[in-house]
Design a binder for this molecule. Sequence first.
Ligand code: UDP
Length: 462
Amino acid sequence: SRPGRMAGIADRRARVVVFPLPFQGHISPMLQLAGALHARGLDVTVLHTAFNAPDPARHPAFSFVAVPDVIPANVPSNGIAKILALNAVMEASGHVRDALASLLEEDEERPRLACLFIDSTLTAAQKAAAGLGLPTLVLHTGSAACFRLFRSYDMLQDKGYLPATESNLHLPIKELPPLQVRDLFDPSKLPNKEIGQKILNLATETTTNSSGAIINTFEDLESHELEMIRFELGSNGIPAFAVGPLHKLSSTYSGETSLLNEDRTCIEWLNTQAPYSVLYVSFGSVVHVTQEEFMEIAWGLANCGKPFLWVLRLGLIAGVEKTELPEGFESAVQGRGMVIEWAPQQEVLAHSAVGGFWTHSGWNSTLESVHEGVPMLSRPLFGDQLPNGRYVQDTWKIGFLLEGVLERGMIGRAITRLTEESEGAMVRERAKDLKEKAQLCLKSNGSSQMAVDKLVDHILSL
Ligand code: UDP
């Protein structure tokens, strides 16, 4: 520690810089974490790229510094190539280094800059900070299980689980229950294997070089996984803090983190629906479905007989700019369903009319659903969504996986299973139990709040 740290309350102030990866599922948890730190008296500066920049007017408590990012136009704006390109550009340009250097030089009167929080993929920002002697803390926006999984790829390859083959897809990974080979993101299946492998290594590298790992989960949800992580990181003296669900951590911080405009008319519509009757359907901010899958989803919903609220994000269908609902869809639905472009999702999940969530099992969506006790139909498509879906079905038993080729009849049966049948009743009951646990960890003496207290002490000790 620096001299003067123990001098008393007046010293319990510091500044932190946070640098999220510029995607919705990463910006929100980082700003939410920043909100919780701010609520405990820390000053917060947000570093951000021009791409997907947050709106400073919606976060008056924070200062903002833009880092120029010039990503070559041929890099797709979604996905992992963008992450690697961002790191390369940041490293070559020195822009992050310059931004951090000027923050470190700021007015002596301001609380001292204690550390940089980075998204686990932003190795270039970590290198820039290290060059200036500024410690980094790494935010993992996925589950603890996923954190462990991504660190286990050498083992998975050594033991022959990967590369996956037709015959081993259903093989349980006994080192990482309840995962099976088919739940793994397999870098060798990507068109560019090296990119996949590099992406997997980023989070491990930033964690190893950090002064702490922050994970958006809570003790009662993933106690075993957290215990294993602490065991693995402990020998390097790296503490791990489970501070989730981040979207509910700070009640005084009500910053809006959505990048798209939320269509609030759906709340009025939900107000007219019976309790637990509506299926909410959304696949997050990034993934795509094919035109064929889209048709099956549309007719599965139209035919299922249940009220539904469907987020049909612009760009959801791969290669299609303007989405058209199939002919006859509206008359088949007859007001029983609502289709919107972007929802105030947390509010939707908290609404008493919502009884189930068909999700792509992104981690933020999963935690938001857990927090509201909404059971899930999981249709994971990519990356950490696959293990998330497996945990939802097999570990927490708060939902079912929707597997295989999407087909309207199968979709209807899955919806009935979740919302009506006795198996579904057990799942709904367990979702309610887990909701209680999620709410307990957020109380002032709950595990996540205490973890933030410890995190603040840790920041002040850096
Ligand atoms: N979200 C939203 N409105 C929508 C759909 C999604 O606000 O209509 C939010 C959702 O609440 C979540 C985030 O977008 O916080 C999606 O993150 P997640 O990790 O679930 O998936 P990703 O978009 O990263 O695949």
